[in-house]
Design a protein around this ligand. Sequence first.
Ligand SMILES: Cc1cc2nc3c(=O)[nH]c(=O)nc-3n(C[C@H](O)[C@H](O)[C@H](O)COP(=O)(O)OP(=O)(O)OC[C@H]3O[C@@H](n4cnc5c(N)ncnc54)[C@H](O)[C@@H]3O)c2cc1C
Ligand code: FES
Length: 262
Amino acid sequence: MKKILSTSRIIENRKITDDTFLMKFENRNPDKPLPGQFLNIKFKDHLDPFLRRPFAVFDFDRKTLSILYKVVGRTTSMLSQLQKNDLIEYLGFLGEPFDRDRTFNKLWVVAGGIGIGGLHLFIKNMKQNNDLELFIGFNTEEEADAFIRFLKPLHIRINAAVMDPKGKSKYFKGNIVKLLKKETKRCDTLFACGPELMLKSLYSDIIQKKRIPAYFSMDAIMACGIGSCMGCTIKIKEKGLTRFKRVCKEGPVFNADHIVWE
Ligand SMILES: Cc1cc2nc3c(=O)[nH]c(=O)nc-3n(C[C@H](O)[C@H](O)[C@H](O)COP(=O)(O)OP(=O)(O)OC[C@H]3O[C@@H](n4cnc5c(N)ncnc54)[C@H](O)[C@@H]3O)c2cc1C
Ligand code: FES
């Protein structure tokens, strides 16, 4: 698959919650993005911010690509100000995808809030032939309501947990790992994307204890995005050895049993 550096016109930059946006822009790639792959994005003709920022491909069709992003700092705040017809520059499609060629009896997909950005394409792909359930954690009830409305077109079972619900909430109270701990059923494989702390506790409290095969899409602060700078490495153990692997090149998806949690 060729990586393409492309200038692309924004089609839509829609607010989903107070700090989350869905950006649709022209798709200039002849290849299809695979679930779990990402784009490295910057502003056209701006030197500041200098570095591109990674965002998972949320969805695509022949003419458009989209990302779902949360405003956390300077670049994402500037992205949220962009309007229809403004230009961005992206490099993609990058990284190794989730394994999507197998079928599973029972598949759990676990997202920490905006982590759904890295899982949406995978869910769309896998829900056809698999019994799939989504577990997703939010900070507030408003956020959960907005995301669940937004994810309705997926037509899948969504189990939501909210850290800070108001009064008699319709959602589970607490974090997503606490909700999964209460699950009496089990799945045969789990896929997850979210903050490192969530993934770490998901691994030690669920995956390791119940011996569930799991694959995590890992986050890292990136520079080049194409494997040249070694700025995004994490420790991975394989065949008894611990090595540094690049989240942008060998990842972002890794077998959870191989990740060295520090
Ligand atoms: C493979 C991959 C896919 C991603 N996909 C998405 C996505 O679909 N949607 C989305 O909203 N975000 C995604 N991210 C995270 C996104 O790249 C960062 O939120 C973004 O780069 C922040 O840029 P900023 O300039 O706004 O923040 P900055 O001003 O650079 O930083 C603001 C704060 O966010 C922290 N931060 C910055 N970058 C990261 C990062 N990569 N991981 C964790 N913390 C970070 C900083 O330490 C700081 O505390 C992805 C990251 C990776 C590695
Ligand atoms: S960001 Fe440069 S090697 Fe990964």
